[in-house]
Design a protein around this ligand. Sequence first.
Ligand SMILES: *Cc1c(COP(=O)(O)O)cnc(C)c1O
Length: 522
Amino acid sequence: MSGVLTTGLSSDTFKDIFHGGASLSYDEAIDRAKQVVLNFLRQKQQPFSGVRPADLHTPFSEIDMDIPLDNYEELMKEVQRLYTDHAVAFHLPHYIAHLNCPVVIPALAAEVLISAINSSLDTWDQSAGGTLMEQRLISWTAEQLGFGTDADGVFTSGGTQSNLTGLLLARDHYARKRLGHSVKRSGNPPQAARFRVFASEKAHFSNLKNASLLGLGEQAIVEVGTDHRFRMDPEALQNALQREIQAGNIPIAIVATAGTTDFGNVDPLDEIGSIARQYGLWFHVDAAYGSCLLLTSLHRHMLNGIELADSVTIDYHKSFFQPISSSAVVVRDKRTLQIIKHHADYLNPEDQDYEEFPAQVNKSVSQTTRRFDALKLWFTLRLLGKEKLGDYIDTIIHTTRQAARIIEHDPELELLTRSDISVLLFRYIPDQRTTSDLCKLNEYIRKKTFSDGKALVAGTRVDGKFYLKFTLLNPITTEEDIRSILDILKGHGNSYKEEKKIPVSAGTSIQDYPGPGQVYTN
Ligand SMILES: *Cc1c(COP(=O)(O)O)cnc(C)c1O
């Protein structure tokens, strides 16, 4: 058949398939792509162009997906016009909006290998040494967490999936241990409607999504009150546990957050961990963001108690300067992962010796074919080392503290709270205004930064009040940058005063600018 198929095809028909005869076209394509990246680096002067979806409507409508372009040059021009010219530049010091870190160069070099060689990390026979590299990075991470040699884990697509794994293990563990029930085989037990998971009211929204995915419903998440810095209050946790037990509900797990998305604060892990022990509950720590503290000897103590966790979420793409995706879930006791093992005869048959031929698919809740993201972290740690990354984190924490001081000392600004890591919430309060006016003013500033693009900051609501939000993850951002960003924000604030004299409904006011969702939790 193949003879028939290839008849009449010229010798370079397969030049676009990655294989031994295509090294020239591979070289050219990568070179062209690299040029686009270099242009991006050289040309980007500000984090965002301010483009709106409607501005791109016409150029997109002109694309005919059924007619391919003639060459890479045309392709790259098109991609530049439709994408990179407007893409948000996380690497610029004036980008301090969400939890997007700049990435380290060795990880980018690893990406070249990852997609070309294209190993799949589900089984040994699709990855070979890749599986051992991933396992070695998991055990390195486990060591940093203070776990013993029984620890294990797997790379995932992100914190959301890592949290899903933690919650699934908590549910299935409880059902098996306490009810003698296999959720894997029989689905949720009738008692599952009363399962309760305790997380602070500032925990990540993925916990709600995951509870609903697991058939527990969002009702399963009990929001525990926080202290003055929005960290879970252990006393409120005790009260919540008692209240739920008295109401006839069944506590199964506690989720602590190490590094809240909106405040960068770390829940008191030691105390929460011992409460979890006291009640015999699964203890999951969402350290998607706070895992960066593992890197720094100066600040590692903030994670004390994390070693009590049964499972931990680590987002290397939030806090280890890794390109998306790179995340892991690590468990203290590898036997707990047995719950999710599923044997497929073609992939990981029951009778295979997994000591001899390891298969990470046995530990993955919702991925089979899986990228070799671990190679990026391998490149990073082997070339730069943990200490250098830790220095970056120390720098970020230091700059955040300076920024907090600048905001605190400015009578026109109001800082909501200090941060353990690198998030600051504050408002511009140029004069005596009502709360609702202040919200409007600060929302205006936030939208205006997005439409003008010189500096990107985020915004969020706390107790009904709108705050501007800095998330610092770039060690290159300096105190001077912070001052300049604050000047930009105030400048927008002052233009609001001007615009306010015009009725809001009139014409092109920024009030009409759709912008992204105001309350945004990355
Ligand atoms: C970002 C974040 C998540 C979700 O992680 P993704 O990688 O975006 O899926 C979970 N928890 C916290 C605290 C986060 O900040």
